[in-house]
Design a binder for this molecule. Structure first.
Ligand code: ZN
Length: 494
């Protein structure tokens, strides 16, 4: 059998396993009965073992290596895919198997331990495990280091290809210079919000009606996707014909479900609008976390929080919640959902302060991976950094260093992509406005015109282009953080 044929047949098999495992985890996070956890874990372990065996099978590895040596005999997309798969082999080839397995076992225990520590406000409970995770990450960068990619850079590049400390330092230094004082100024004396919007309660069934309405407004294809609920909203997809999203309905927070639904729809549209020719390949999906987040945040913040949008849809919201919002005006609602405040919790942060939360994490991760600071130092450094950037100090570790799940899952280098995504989003939106009348499209309730633009300039390419290439295609310029700074300043200076 030729190497190409072997590669394609194995890929077909892997895609089938991955689809089944994906369905299992989707089910687990949305609807599975609680007590099925242990049974499901057992089955998942078997499946994961099979997948590992197929992926690390020497004939499959050889097929990838040999195709990588004759790239120019392959078509363009297959070249990109083989390069990507060849790079993935570094994990099998360079990381000692024992270390890898021990790490997987560690991770399977660390998330529940982190959750307990967070619940009990007890950092010491989680610290020894976090220390082991950090140790592994420090070793990982040594196993994988290349001449031009070492230390924290290696981790950053795993989540956002081509972005290392050099790029991120420039990005965050710009934000530091432009935004830290600006945020303090804007949030100095907050305008009181309409009590009916702050207090609720907001009927969950009515919130659901409105979220379903939003799916239609954004032309989210219900025949290729669906909307369910989960504790933390997310998007999950494996093909352009099956891209699912979740939201959550909180009785005391109306904005939460509305903007979670739009945010996840932004992610969902990206994958749904991938060219279907990638469905059976390893190029389906978003090209990077940052570009993915640019889409969710652009749809959520720049379209979903715009005045034009609510000029069209606020009546519907009032109608669904009637008579609760009858005496709440459109301007009251605009103030409510674009309100900015310096708070301690990243996931609840508003659009303006969000990047400062990410800056804190970037600074800390950078020093932690380099060995400049240790796990024991984290609570104090965390609090000091919050004080420096946001001017507020957590009084507990639950609200401080323990608030995010990421480190307990071994994700270092992930956080910066959130801020980068918002910044990409601003630059992309600016380019889109030069091509089409975005405001008018929103006012005409024609979001499809926006979807068509994002499909043509970003979504269709799936992973066949790098993040840097996507920025050039979509905006005709390399990434520039000033689009983001100017967007935020323009919006919040008012
Ligand atoms: Zn997102």
């Amino acid at each position: 059998m030729t190497q190409l044929k072997h590669y394609l047949e194995t890929r077909k098999k892997l895609k089938a396993y991955e689809y089944v495992m994906w369905l299992m985890s989707w089910d687990a996070e949305t609807e599975a009965p609680k007590k099925a956890l242990e049974y499901r874990s057992k089955q998942l372990e078997v499946m994961a073992g099979e997948v590992y065996a197929i992926q690390s099978d020497k004939h499959y590895v050889q097929a990838i290596e040999s195709l990588h040596e004759q790239l120019d005999t392959l078509d363009k997309d297959l070249q990109t895919e083989i390069k990507k798969e060849f790079r993935e082999l570094r994990f099998i080839k360079k990381v000692p198997k024992d270390a890898y397995i021990a790490y997987q076992v560690l991770l399977s225990k660390s998330v529940p331990l982190w959750a307990e520590a967070k619940h009990k406000n007890d950092f010491k409970l989680f610290a020894p495990t976090l220390k082991e995770i950090v140790e592994y990450q420090r070793n990982l960068v040594k196993y994988l280091e290349e001449e031009h990619l070492k230390g924290y850079d290696l981790l950053l590049d795993m989540y956002e290809e081509g972005f290392t400390q050099k790029e991120y330092d420039f990005f965050f230094d710009t934000l530091k210079k432009e935004l830290v004082d600006f945020v303090k100024e804007v949030t100095k004396d907050p305008k009181p919000l309409h009590p009916k919007l702050v207090n609720g309660p907001f009927d969950q069934d009515k919130q659901k009606v409105f979220s379903e309405y939003l799916l239609d407004v954004f032309f989210y294809d219900r025949e290729r996707g669906l909307l369910k609920t989960s504790e933390h909203p997310f998007t999950s997809g494996v093909t352009s014909v099956d891209t699912r999203i979740t939201t959550r309905y909180l009785e005391d927070n109306l904005a939460s479900s509305i903007f979670s639904t739009i945010h996840e729809m932004g992610h969902g549209l990206y994958e749904m609008q991938n060219d279907p020719k990638y469905d059976d390949t390893y190029l389906h999906g978003g090209t990077s976390l940052g570009i993915h987040e640019s889409q969710s945040r652009m749809y959520e913040n720049m379209i979903g929080r715009s005045k034009a949008f609510w000029q069209v849809h606020y009546k519907k919201l009032q109608e669904v919640f009637a008579p609760q919002l009858d005496d709440v005006t459109l301007d009251d609602f605009m103030d409510y959902m674009n309100h900015s405040a310096r708070t301690l919790i990243r996931v609840e942060a508003d659009e303006l302060t969000y990047a400062l939360h990410i800056m804190v994490r970037y600074d800390i991760e950078k020093r932690l991976i380099s060995g400049d600071i240790e796990v024991e130092d984290l609570p104090k450094i965390w609090n000091d950094t919050y004080e420096a950037y946001l001017g507020i100090r957590p009084s507990t570790d639950t609200e401080g260093v323990l608030q995010d799940i990421h480190w307990s899952g071994g994700s270092f280098g992930y956080f910066p992509t959130y801020a980068l995504g918002s910044a990409y989003g601003a630059q992309i939106y600016d380019a889109m406005e030069k091509d089409i009348d975005v405001d008018q499209a929103i006012k005409n309730n024609n979001i499809q015109a926006i979807n068509d633009w994002t499909k043509e300039h970003i979504h269709q390419y799936a992973q066949s282009k790098t993040p840097k290439e996507i920025m050039l295609i979509a905006t005709k310029k390399p990434f520039d953080p000033m689009y983001y700074v100017n967007y935020l300043k323009g919006k919040y200076a008012k």
